[in-house]
Design a protein around this ligand. Structure first.
Ligand code: FAD
Length: 404
């Protein structure tokens, strides 16, 4: 089945709505056993994102641990404030090759017998005996279960008030040609400002770098305010020495990443997965790491519910969609509350205080692997108190409070 062709079949075991990375990963696994259709409103799967994950995220995913899918491996990246103070964070990281990863997953789904319906928008659903029927453009498609991978803007999530969003990271940039080697930068508060925003630079293996400006705010930040900041960084700032400049041929990178609390992951015959189901990670890097760590298990649990026809809301809610500890999710939410309001001076304090954290704690915070024991280990607590790390101490204790 060519993924651009329209399948003639009107009934599937599973319909996956949304061909983002979460939809493709889940479909690549569930289609091994169940007839699967992937529906995407765009002309093709979106390629406006890139992903940095931990190296550990591919543990348990041997077929993805393939050199050809990974653009670059890093063993460190920088965090910098507007006063050019740096903190280097060490660890093992993979920068995925977006095009190759997406193509690899699409081919895998096709080889498993899965079908694609591109340029088709989901807009409503109804129930018929033991099936759910979804309407996409002019077609009605029947399924045993639907997996909603349409992200936080999903009409199903919106209609059922399934998330409580506290803010957003708005991301705006491009893949830019480089003229010399540049170190990876996870966030750099380049321009001193009353509303700190951050530059991110990840060099690829093709003499380019993914360069974006990120602003975090209660409402999505206007792209037209971020774009000039990105252009300034690439063309006129101290970083411009690394780039050829901007041109209309650059590949755009953009999107809005929600931060909040997920209320539900299942309603009758609809299971939510991906960004819409894990909105709490406040770090932009936590998304794909969490999805990679969970999608095989999630597909297996969903399969067993299809087998036993236990596809009611309660049963689907029982599938745990992420591996993030409750402590980590609370700390993300808590830190993000401050983060949105930080000025450059507040951000400098953060970079300064990061100096006293171990690489393990920093990686745990950024990629969503933090557990209370990491923060409150004897050795770490001593470091935090000695360096007066009020940010992590305050948020750490708050995350431990019951009901928080
Ligand atoms: C520029 C950028 C850089 C990022 N970098 C990182 C990173 O380094 N590491 C990391 O882990 N995360 C990163 N993220 C976060 C990233 O968004 C998530 O990790 C992940 O891509 C979410 O994937 P998803 O499939 O859940 O959602 P999405 O990618 O949003 O996919 C949802 C899909 O559903 C489709 N859709 C929506 N509505 C409908 C409809 N009605 N009918 C049919 N289809 C519909 C959309 O067109 C889209 O294709 C980045 C995000 C951006 C924007």
């Amino acid at each position: 089945m060519n993924r651009n062709n329209t399948p003639t079949q009107d009934s599937y075991d599973v319909v996956v709505l949304g061909a983002g990375i979460a939809g493709l990963l889940l479909a690549s696994e569930i289609s091994k056993q169940y007839s699967t259709l992937v529906v995407e409103k765009g002309l093709s799967p979106p390629k406006t994102k890139y992903w940095l994950t931990t190296k550990d995220a591919v543990k348990g995913n041997p077929d993805l641990d393939d050199e050809s899918l990974i653009s670059r491996k890093f063993d460190s990246f920088f965090i910098a404030d507007s006063q050019q103070r740096n903190r280097q964070v060490r660890g093992g990281y993979y920068l995925w090759d977006t095009n190759k990863l997406v193509d690899f997953l699409c081919d895998k789904i096709s080889k498993n017998g899965g079908h694609f319906l591109m340029n088709h928008k989901y807009y409503s659903r109804r129930y018929e005996s033991d099936n759910i029927v979804v309407s996409v453009n002019q077609r009605d498609i029947s399924a045993k279960v639907v997996v909603d991978c349409m992200g936080f803007n999903s009409p199903i999530i919106g209609a059922n008030s399934m998330v409580d969003i506290i803010g957003y990271h708005t991301v705006c940039g491009a893949t830019v040609p480089t003229i010399k080697e540049v170190d990876p930068v996870a966030f750099c508060n380049l321009v001193e400002s009353g509303h700190a925003h951050y530059l991110e630079i990840f060099p690829t293996n093709e003499k380019t770098a993914h360069v974006v400006m990120i602003a975090s705010s209660e409402e999505p930040y206007p792209f037209d305010k971020l774009l000039p900041e990105f252009l300034f960084a690439v063309e006129n700032s101290r970083w411009s020495q690394y780039f050829k400049g901007t041109s209309s041929e650059m590949l755009p990178l953009h999107g809005v990443i929600p931060v909040g609390t997920r209320m539900k992951t299942g309603i009758n015959r609809v299971f939510i997965y991906g960004e819409g189901a894990q909105v709490h990670p406040a770090s932009t890097a936590a998304g794909l790491t969490q999805i990679l760590q969970s999608y095989r298990r999630v597909a297996k649990e969903l399969g067993s519910r299809i087998q036993s026809n236990q596809l009611g809301g309660k049963s689907l809610e029982g599938i745990s969609v992420d591996n993030m500890s409750r402590f980590c999710s609370r700390i993300h939410r808590s830190v993000f509350g401050d983060y949105m309001g930080w000025t450059s001076t507040g951000f400098s304090k953060l970079v300064n205080q990061m100096g006293s954290l171990s690489d393990d704690v920093l990686n745990g915070m950024l990629f969503g692997d933090l557990v209370a024991g990491d923060v409150f280990s004897f050795e770490n607590l001593y470091r935090l108190i000695r360096s007066r790390n009020t940010i992590l101490l305050r948020h750490g204790f708050r995350a431990l409070l019951p009901g928080n």
